[in-house]
Design a protein around this ligand. Sequence first.
Ligand code: FE2
Length: 428
Amino acid sequence: MDLIFRRANLPDGRSGVDVGIEGDRIVAVESRLQATALEEIDAEGRLLSPPFVDAHFHMDATLSLGLPRMNRSGTLLEGIALWGELKPRLTHESVAARAMAYCDMAVAQGLLAIRSHVDVCDDRLIAVESLLEVKKRVAPYLDLQLVAFPQDGIYRSPTAERNLLRALDKGMEVVGGIPHFERTMADGAASVRRLCEIAAERGLMVDMHCDESDDPLSRHIETLAAETRRLGLSGRVAGSHLTSMHSMDNYYVSKLLPLIAEAGVAAIANPLINITLQGRHDTYPKRRGLTRVPELMECGVTVAFGHDCMMDPWYALGSGDMLDVAHMAVHVGHLTALHDIGACYDAVTVNAAKILHLDRYGIAPGCRADLVLLQAVDPFEAIRLKASRLLVLRKGKIVARTPEKLTSLFLPGRPDKVALNFVPGTVA
Ligand code: FE2
């Protein structure tokens, strides 16, 4: 074999496992693997994980913070207006340079697959052309999946539908939408129907910004689930954000959740962004805005998390770290039980991979040798510490390394060291 990881812990709870790699494939996953390799790495009980997957991002806007000005109100609507001011100034080169910088940052943190929405409401299709080129350039080390996203509304913007079709013709793989931003509820529902029909005609997936609002009467997810059933799109549709569900009437939600599950529609929450953009019109108490993650999971809906934004008109912070995203979800969603924290790890790995339809993702013979070795013993510790990504492998090759944090001497991931070196209360 080319490489063997010895004594690794896996996210599903298996421990002391050896993982053998030949070329770009995992060929063996077993304890005490009887084989030799050109290189062996002793994981010493650290977590070996499939890579992080971001189910929802905006690569065309990332790293544009302050251009042409900052978002003063912090609202979604000012963010959209600000992006509208920036859009005419975009150049092919500037979009590509910012996206490439973000991809480097992502890979260093073990984030090897990203679904990015790309605004098609610019007749020049600058961002579309630019990100299609970036997708090719980063393909050796990162899977970039592109969503044709009509940011200004497919009916609200006069050329949006034509541009969306042009973007799909050029190779974008997923149909996006934003029904809550159309001018009326009726237009919003009509946009969901039209966009799902486009996806069905072309055999594409759907991922809509859906009900990103504090308005409990924003119910476009209901139409999205119904259209998914009508057009036979089960397993190919995701509703992103779904923040209105946070504020909906409980009785209505008790009807809605099974509808989403039966339709096979996935849910993508964006904890960093939802906690900062939602509730901005409230006094006190202020709503949190995150959709009903535990209830969706309990109902059998596939739930993933997205980073959504980083240093752009909507969100000034962020670092491209999906553990930061999961960490926020744990807090905002009251997901602090052990199994809930494990579910949050799944939401930035396997669940997101399932939604993106990633090929041969996971740790099993035949899977792609895309792996991350973390300075943590399990997903719980990885999220708690936002643990260092010691090694990142893409197709069997090491593409990034991060030195171990010295503070690991005090971590419960090394119980012997904790017992020897750290006595609670001795540090002022
Ligand atoms: Fe978004």
